[in-house]
Design a protein around this ligand. Structure first.
Ligand code: ADP
Length: 190
């Protein structure tokens, strides 16, 4: 099994590119943000707890998303691998992922990172807000907190995976097609 981590700041285009990657490489897409939004829509206890944190631009507790990931790994069959989108988002989650995969003697295949500067993050989120209507895209304060959370808690993972020799990066500032091609070129060389 291959385990790819799709990495990048909010609004980098992970969801858009994930769709193309999943199809080309026969992967199962796991977006922790999507899974959490489903819990919220279903009105589950977990969803209720997650909603206030997400709306504040904060992260939900590590154990919650780690449990979601492990259960997806266990239940989804018939694919060549998994594409993790929005996970791991903290060093603790990255360590937990290593342990989960280690149980079956497996490890992260590669991180594919889509990088864009902060001003583009704001621009992309504003644009998405007008199309998708996500609550956490609507408020300036939430967006600012998500960008801060990304720099404080998630960006250290770049160094974490560089140290493991598993970090690869593409320029996310081009068109959807340019970024997709850069990702395919990178994955074909892995
Ligand atoms: P984006 O890619 O725009 O940051 P996501 O859909 O990936 O948005 O996530 C939306 C929100 O869900 C995050 O801001 C965070 O509150 C929560 N979330 C998603 N993934 C995780 C995670 N791995 N750990 C903690 N919280 C998460």
């Amino acid at each position: 099994m291959k385990y790819y981590i799709l990495f990048g700041p909010p609004g980098a285009g992970k969801g858009t590119q994930a769709a193309a990657m999943v199809e080309k490489y026969n992967l199962h897409h796991i977006s922790t943000g999507e899974l959490l939004r489903k819990e919220i829509a279903a009105g589950s206890e977990l969803g209720l707890k997650a909603k206030s944190l997400i709306d504040a631009g904060a992260l939900v507790p590590d154990e919650v998303v780690e449990g979601m990931i492990e259960s997806e790994f266990r239940t989804v069959k018939g694919v060549s691998g998994f594409l993790l989108d929005g996970f791991p988002r903290t060093t603790a989650q990255a360590e937990a992922l290593g342990k989960i995969l280690g149980k079956t003697g497996e490890s992260v295949t590669s991180v594919v990172s889509i990088m864009i500067p902060d001003d583009m993050i704001r621009e992309r989120i504003r644009h998405r807000a007008s199309i998708e209507g996500r609550a956490d895209d609507a408020r300036e304060e939430t967006i600012n907190n998500r960008i801060k959370t990304y720099h404080d808690k998630t960006e250290p993972l770049v160094e974490f995976y560089k140290a493991e020799g598993r970090y690869r990066e593409v320029d996310g500032t081009g068109t959807i097609e340019q970024v997709r091609q850069a990702i395919f070129d990178l994955m074909d060389r892995l």
